[in-house]
Design a protein around this ligand. Structure first.
Ligand SMILES: Cc1cc2nc3c(=O)[nH]c(=O)nc-3n(C[C@H](O)[C@H](O)[C@H](O)COP(=O)(O)OP(=O)(O)OC[C@H]3O[C@@H](n4cnc5c(N)ncnc54)[C@H](O)[C@@H]3O)c2cc1C
Length: 425
């Protein structure tokens, strides 16, 4: 295929939406940001490329909140209480007595959309951010591409919760990727689901000739298996060395992941004689890390190890450094097992503030942090806490008619703490 030619295009498109705060990306960070901004009285629009919100937590099939699930803020509390009312989440146990809390990700998809709608958030599904209009550090509009074609949203404040810093990147603000040197990101993983077979069911499902079979444990990628409801199991397989920020590479990752899934399924059915039937696969590969913003502050490994405090702290992390090696598909970590634990640490507001931007925040796994630091801060509890803080800050900037940098950061923290976020160490 011929590469490297360019095309210029110009087109008048309608500004179909005007709001106070536009949140791009409806994962756990984005939904928490939207819930928080709406709670503060802002008119909020949330834009999500898939047909459900939840991101990795729903479309990616990641169905466990890691870290501490208490004191993460009112937005997260609302999500957990809703799941509890559906009996769709394990009972609370403090971290580290329990290091995760399993939930039903299909119920989560429903619960998140209902919570957003109850707070009056305008949801756009099947809609991608395609471009950004920026001038002097201020984003004025985002160009959306949805079923109706190209349309724009104009907002006072924008929050990038795409997980891949897409808004920030498209606006031309600085971003970084992967580990220093070669840019390799933490491995992606595909989630798929099996259920126990009945006596009469066929036990081997992959016909000859479709895959290169796996014959022994050594050839397996890292495979994690845990219960998923009655008679079901969730299976996670590691897919390293792909780039979430590159169309060709992400496509190749999805293709390889489904091939690996069939190999793993076949191995467990044929070689291990497990009586499992394929149930379904997450529609999207789980992405641990993509592009992240270059923020006014970058949270370092040293900060986290020292449990450093910040005047502008708006969130707290507790989870260990879950840094899988970027370049192999085995159960290997960048650090030795003894070095993974960290004390509770704080996340400053400046980690959500892209350099040179005036009205843009980024929350969730595209925050400004070193790769290993992010391997802790990217857990959903912490992403939600950051999302809540971003929503509070954006709504405050609207209310005060000022830029994000003109805010007293202590006001964001005070409001977040008032909404049940435990930020003190
Ligand atoms: C395999 C795997 C296992 C994990 N295990 C756990 C675990 O057990 N517990 C835990 O707490 N965390 C776990 N994590 C980490 C955690 O799931 C994620 O870091 C977290 O969910 C990130 O939330 P987020 O909202 O920042 O990003 P995401 O969940 O990625 O959400 C980003 C959203 O933005 C949308 N989006 C992206 N681009 C666009 C666009 N152009 N236009 C519109 N929308 C867009 C996406 O569709 C998505 O909904 C795991 C991650 C992976 C990949």
């Amino acid at each position: 295929m011929k590469k490297h030619s360019t095309v210029a295009w110009h087109r008048e498109i309608p500004v179909r939406y005007e709001c106070d705060v536009a949140v791009i990306g409806g994962g756990i960070a984005g939904t928490s940001a939207a819930l928080a901004a709406a709670r503060s009285g802002a008119r909020v629009l949330i834009v999500e490329q898939f047909g459900v919100v939840g991101g990795n937590a729903t479309v990616g099939g990641v169905a466990a909140f890691c870290g501490e699930t208490g004191g993460q803020g009112e937005a997260f509390d609302a999500i957990v209480e809703a799941l509890e009312s559906f009996k769709a989440i394990e009972p609370y146990r403090p971290y580290p007595e329990a290091d995760n809390r399993i939930f039903d990700h299909e119920i989560l998809a429903f619960v998140l959309q209902e919570l957003l709608l109850r707070r009056g958030v305008h949801m756009l599904l099947h809609t991608q951010i395609a471009d950004v209009r920026e001038s002097g550090g201020r984003v004025t509009e985002c160009i959306l591409s949805g079923p109706s074609g190209p349309e724009a949203v104009r907002a006072n404040q924008f929050i990038d919760c795409t997980g891949e810093a897409k808004l920030v990147h498209l606006a031309g603000f600085e971003t970084v990727q992967g580990r220093p040197g070669d840019g390799l990101q933490l491995p992606m993983s595909l989630m798929f689901f099996v259920r126990d077979a009945n006596e009469k069911d066929i036990r081997v499902q992959v016909p000859d000739g479709w895959i290169e079979p796996i014959r022994n444990d050594d050839a397996l990628p890292m495979t994690t298996i845990w219960p998923n409801g009655p008679r079901g199991r969730a299976i996670k397989i590691k897919i390293p060395k792909f780039d979430a920020g590159d169309t060709e590479s992400l496509t190749a990752a999805e293709i390889q992941a489904r091939r690996r899934m069939m190999q793993v399924l076949d191995y467990y059915q044929r070689v291990k004689k497990e009586p499992w039937l394929f149930d379904h696969c997450s529609p999207r590969i789980g992405i641990r890390e993509g592009r992240r913003i270059a923020g006014e502050y970058t949270l370092t490994l040293e900060d986290v190890r020292a449990g450093r405090t910040f005047d502008d702290a708006i969130a707290r992390g507790v989870y260990f450094l879950d840094g899988h090696k970027p370049d192999d598909d085995k159960r290997t970590y960048i650090l030795s097992k003894d070095d993974l634990k960290v004390p509770p640490y704080q996340i400053p507001f400046r980690c959500l503030l892209p350099i040179n931007s005036e009205n843009v925040l980024a929350a969730g796994r595209c925050m400004s942090a070193e790769q290993l630091t992010l391997s802790s801060a990217r857990v959903m509890t912490t992403c939600s806490m950051m999302g809540q803080a971003a929503g509070i800050a954006a709504a405050l900037a609207v209310k005060r008619n000022c830029t994000l940098r003109a805010l007293e950061y202590s006001d964001i923290r005070k409001t977040a703490c008032g909404r049940n976020a435990i930020i003190d160490l």
